[in-house]
Design a protein around this ligand. Structure first.
Ligand code: OOB
Length: 559
């Protein structure tokens, strides 16, 4: 199979009748990311598209790229990648910090029709090795050294194990084993010489799922569907060419990418300012200097910013809209946003699989502070159901199922998971427990999926349990959430030791070190490890995570 055939074979298309409906309604307009940038460059060529203040591993000094420059760079990068053998449908794992190169690379890949696989800077060998092997990636793009970690070494290891991985590109210096990203751009033939740019119905990239299974699942998003979510977001967040968006969270995550995020901002013709660090000490001066109007934060960061502003830190005054999402924002904290930061709070409850809900800018304060918003599209179908998939009335809490013009119909290449994650008629089972208000707003009440939401960072319990089970002293492991005042939740690993290990049990720190050494992202390393003789069981003999959660929560309150 060609790379394009492989990429398409893993994708579950929207059924024809739905695709027609979404086109007829004007949601899918046949746009692609490659052409979008071309059009913006034609319209706003001299305006600034991306500001990267530098001070990270990729570049020490500031860069400011206009739309014309970003467009030209994406063309030259596309030509260079084509010259090095990257083709339409190839998967390319992109793991870059918040640096301007992120956009240069991603738009080049969009033009070629190669699929970025959006890794996060926090990912390590366990995650990256899996993304490369599972997708059969042809290339992997990394910074040189960032946050004290040498990504080139990780790349060497992953490359040695993945014969399909032909190219490692390093944004920054490289002693010679890999290729410097800066050496790639050229004026050679572009995509038109290799079969043309992708179409709007093609998969544009693979996004990562928060996950609740042993390994992360990949989410194929098309140009048409994703651009619709951008257009809808831009409208609901009041963005226009004067908007200045501060990208605080890791640029590749779906929230800062598209809600309305950096891609929404570019769609609107506005300016994206990349924030190298989320701390108020870095972000506030940048907001002041660039006249930032809008940004998006996870709840723990919003709390940090609120506290800093209350203590007298300044610089945030140009902010008009603060989006908070990724995890539940408490009503108390939500009520502080306007008085403390002087801007409008917009809660956002979204998922990389599709559906995004926003509170509206003109919603009454009560709805803004007590709900997580309502869907972007009139054609987002939302069902709240009981355990037997029976619809519940408004006000009752149940499982959220959804289907619509920008929600996937299947994970990439995962027929087994798809049977569990989607209903027969194509609704995605979000795993979230919600209730719906009479206004159609959703309130997130909990979660049915086996996942811990660590301040917006998602940890799949099974994935961590599998790593713990690899330790020779571990007989069984169950990872659950425990309440945390700052992150909302942290992870607690309950462990049952093998009989022969009980004499000389390993310490918690040893188990943490063990999973860390297996190359797991730091945010997935259990915050706490508890040893028990046996797990409580449910009526049918499964591990009762409910009881484990209750036990750890109780022990935390009693100290
Ligand atoms: C965003 O995307 P993901 O894919 O990292 O995580 C999705 C999950 C949701 O299913 C839900 O469990 C949780 O994150 N979540 C929230 C929430 N926003 C997301 N839970 C409670 N309150 C919220 N406001 O996290 C994401 C994607 C696009 C926009 C915003 C967030």
């Amino acid at each position: 199979m060609t790379p394009l055939e492989t990429a398409r074979a893993g994708f579950t298309p929207y059924p024809a009748e739905f695709a027609e409906r979404y086109r007829a309604a004007g949601y899918w307009r046949g746009e692609t990311f490659g052409r979008m940038l071309r059009e913006r460059a034609a319209e706003h060529g001299g305006r600034t598209a991306v500001v990267d203040p530098g001070g990270h591993g990729v570049a020490a000094t500031e860069r400011r790229w206009t739309y014309a420059e970003l467009d030209r760079r994406a063309d030259r990068m596309a030509a260079g990648l084509l010259a090095r053998g990257i083709r339409a449908g190839d998967r390319v794992v992109v793991q870059l910090p918040n640096a301007a190169e992120f956009f240069e690379v991603v738009f080049a890949l969009f033009r070629i029709g190669a699929l970025p696989v959006f890794a996060l800077p926090a990912h390590r060998y366990a995650e990256i090795g899996y993304f490369c092997s599972f997708t059969g990636a042809a290339a992997y793009v990394v910074p040189a050294v960032e946050g004290g970690f040498d990504y080139r070494e990780l790349a060497s290891r992953v490359r040695a194990e993945n014969p399909a991985l032909r190219l490692v590109l390093v944004a920054g210096e490289d002693p010679g084993e890999h290729v410097r990203l800066a050496d790639v751009p050229c004026d050679g033939p572009g995509p038109e010489a290799f079969g043309g740019e992708p179409g709007p119905e093609d998969v544009a990239f693979l996004q990562l799922s928060g996950g609740s299974t042993g390994v992360p699942k990949l989410i194929p998003r098309t140009h048409d569907d994703y651009i619709y979510s951008l257009r809808g977001s831009v409208e609901l967040c009041g963005q226009d060419p004067d908007s200045v968006y501060l990208c605080v969270l890791p640029a590749a995550h779906n929230f800062p990418l598209s809600s309305p995020g950096s891609l929404g901002t570019l769609y609107a013709g506005g300016r994206v300012v990349l924030c190298p660090q989320p701390a108020p000490e870095t972000a506030f001066p940048l907001i002041e200097r660039e006249g930032v109007t809008i940004t998006g934060l996870v709840p723990p960061l919003a709390l940090l910013w609120l506290d800093a502003a209350e203590r007298g830190a300044r610089g945030y005054e140009s902010l008009e809209v603060l989006l908070v999402g990724g995890a539940k924002f408490s009503e108390e904290a939500a009520r502080r946003v306007r008085p403390v930061l002087g801007c409008t709070l917009q809660q956002v409850f979204g998922m990389a699989e599709g559906l995004v809900n926003y509170t509206r800018l003109d919603d009454p304060e009560e709805l803004v502070t007590t709900t997580q918003g309502r869907p972007i599209s009139p054609d987002d179908e939302v069902r709240v159901v009981d355990d037997q998939d029976r619809d519940l009335p408004d006000g009752a809490t149940g499982h959220l199922l959804t289907r619509g013009p920008y929600t996937i119909r299947g994970y990439w290449n995962a027929p087994g998971h798809n049977a569990d994650s989607f209903t027969a008629d194509g609704f995605y089972r979000t795993g979230d427990l919600v209730r719906r208000t009479p206004t159609g707003h959703l309130v997130v009440e909990g979660r049915a999926k086996d996942q811990i939401n660590r301040g917006g960072e998602k940890v799949a319990a099974e994935e961590i349990e599998n790593h713990l089970l690899a330790h020779p002293a571990v007989h069984d492991a169950a990872v659950v959430s425990m309440p945390d005042p700052y992150l909302g939740e942290r992870t607690c690993a309950y462990v049952v030791l093998r009989a022969e290990s009980r004499e000389q049990p390993p310490k918690s720190v040893e188990l943490k070190r063990f999973v860390r050494q297996r190359g797991l992202a730091e945010y997935k390393v259990p915050d706490r490890v508890e040893f028990v003789a046996a797990f409580p069981a449910t009526g049918i003999g499964k591990v009762s995570k409910k009881e484990l959660r209750a036990a750890i929560a109780a022990s935390l309150t009693t100290g």
